[in-house]
Structures are given as structure tokens and as C-alpha cells.
Write a protein that binds this ligand. Structure first.
Ligand SMILES: C[S@@+](CC[C@H](N)C(=O)[O-])C[C@H]1O[C@@H](n2cnc3c(N)ncnc32)[C@H](O)[C@@H]1O
Length: 262
């Protein structure tokens, strides 16, 4: 198997990846919300367009079939002690929340270890309800008793540390993670309209893999999962249908080697 490669094709089939060869899947699938990603809009009309767009509007049945194929392939290539971390958010239908719990149907043959709430400070505003400020990360494992979890590598400083009561100043980060979205002034920002932050993926890869392990992202976008895997000494594999995003990912990855050689 060729490692450290992003395929410019759909991940519905991953013919180059053998069964049981990948340690961890981390991804953020398209949400099928027809969002005007990166566009400044007013009442549905586009006022200003930024970045390179990708299609995010399929028939719901076709969308679910696509995800079923992709995640079936992910499960095929995952090792017996492998895990899958899926970042997804709520949808809104005429102001009514539709949580993404339908994802559980696609992972019935795996075990949900954590449903993590990723909380951030930034996003659209509304005066009709509380403004949405979280997304989910579903963490599934193949074997509920045999999986990698390097808690010590991801512990965070305890704000209420008391030397008389606790042995360590570091604590479990819990299942609510406060991590900033990638805003416009971040060095890691690319023109991908739905980029997730390196810090979020860093915690997942550190906790869920060891050095030299293989990380797969079937919806690679701008290459965030691959960049973080490379920085942390893990191998990466990925799929992305839009060739412009593959170029952005390659460019980001080439900078990681330069940074590491400094
Ligand atoms: C939510 S974005 C991922 C963004 C990524 N996490 C990042 O940090 O840049 C989803 C990506 O999946 C890609 N995509 C959609 N359908 C795909 C498919 N069948 N196979 C591979 N990639 C696909 C889209 O082009 C889009 O870039």
C-alpha cells in the first residue's frame, strides 16, 4: 500500500487500501445543507463570493447512500482495534433543529465511545433562538475493549488544581472541547469554505493513534487531517473529489516538511 497520499477521487470505493490496514478515520463529511459556504448572502442572494465552492446539495437518499458506501469502506479498511471520529453538526429546517443522530444508523456495527461537543465562539447570529455554537464529534470504536486511547498525551491544565487534593495539575479534557473555529486571520486558513481546525484534529490523533500509525480522511478538503498526521509523525491517506482542494492540501503538506526541516 502506498502511504502518505491523497487520491483525487470519490471515497465510495478505496481500491488501493487493503482490509484492516488503517488505525484511525477522522473526517468531516459534507453536511448536505446547501450552505452558501464562504459567500456573503442576504435573503438567499449571494452578495460576495469567496473561496472555491463544492456541491453540498444532493437528494437526501443519494446523500445517505453515498455516506453508507464511504463509511462501509472506512469500516472495511479499519483495523480490529481501529476507531472512527466523525465531525458533524445540526441542520436547520425552517428554524427547527435536526440533530445528526441518524449517523448512528450508519455505525450500528461499531460502539460509540464518546459523543463530543466541540464548542466555539464564532458563527451566525439570530434573535429567534440561542445562537448555535457547537458541533459534534462522534467517536466510534470497532472493539469496545481494545482501542487506542492515549489520555496522558491530551490532558489539559486543571484550573481548580489544589496540590493537597490532586496528584497532577493536568486533567482529562472531558467530552466538551472548547476550540476556536479557523477564523480569517489564522495562519492555517485556506480558501476551503468548511475547514476544521488543526487543534481539534491534533487532540483526536494524539489520543487515538501512536507514532507511525495510519490516519485516513475520506473527505479530505484542504488537507487538515493529513497536515496534522504528518506533523505528529503519523502516516496519512485521503480522498477528495475537488482537484483544487487536493492542490491546497499538497501545498500545505509541502510546508510541513519545510517547517520540520528547519
Ligand atoms: C466538510 S468538507 C471537509 C473539510 C476538511 N475537514 C478541511 O479541514 O478542509 C467535505 C469535503 O468532502 C469532499 N467530498 C464530497 N463528496 C466526496 C466524495 N464522495 N469523496 C471524496 N470527497 C468528497 C468535498 O469536496 C469537501 O471538500
Amino acid at each position: 500500500m502506498i502511504l502518505d497520499r491523497i487520491y483525487n477521487s470519490t471515497s465510495e470505493n478505496m481500491p488501493d487500501i487493503p482490509d484492516g490496514s488503517v488505525d484511525l478515520v477522522v473526517t468531516s463529511p459534507p453536511y448536505n445543507i446547501d450552505n452558501q459556504y464562504g459567500n456573503k448572502t442576504e435573503k438567499g442572494s449571494i452578495l460576495e463570493s469567496k473561496g472555491i465552492k463544492y456541491a453540498d446539495k444532493m437528494e437526501e437518499n443519494d446523500y445517505r447512500k453515498m455516506l453508507l458506501s464511504v463509511f462501509s469502506e472506512c469500516k472495511r479498511v479499519l483495523k480490529k482495534n481501529g476507531s472512527a471520529w466523525i465531525n458533524i453538526k445540526n441542520r436547520y429546517d425552517n428554524g427547527v433543529v435536526i440533530p445528526p443522530f441518524w449517523l448512528l444508523d450508519l455505525f450500528q456495527d461499531m460502539y460509540l465511545k464518546n459523543l463530543i461537543v466541540w464548542n466555539f465562539d464564532w458563527g451566525g447570529s439570530t434573535n429567534k433562538r440561542f445562537a448555535p455554537r457547537y458541533e459534534f464529534v462522534f467517536w466510534f470504536v470497532k472493539d469496545k475493549n481494545n482501542y487506542t486511547f492515549n489520555l496522558d498525551d491530551v490532558k489539559i491544565p486543571a484550573l481548580n488544581y489544589r496540590p493537597d487534593r490532586y496528584k497532577s495539575q493536568l486533567k482529562n479534557p472531558t467530552d466538551v472541547w472548547r476550540i476556536s473555529m479557523v477564523s480569517g486571520n489564522f495562519e492555517e486558513r485556506t480558501s476551503h469554505p468548511a475547514q476544521y481546525p488543526e487543534e481539534l484534529i491534533e487532540r483526536i490523533i494524539l489520543a487515538g493513534t501512536n507514532k507511525g500509525d495510519i490516519v485516513l480522511d475520506p473527505f479530505m478538503g484542504s488537507g487538515t487531517s493529513a497536515v496534522v498526521a504528518k506533523k505528529l509523525g503519523r502516516h496519512y491517506l485521503g480522498y477528495e473529489t475537488v482537484s483544487e482542494y487536493c492542490k491546497i492540501a499538497d501545498e500545505r503538506l509541502s510546508r510541513v516538511s519545510e517547517d520540520n526541516n528547519e
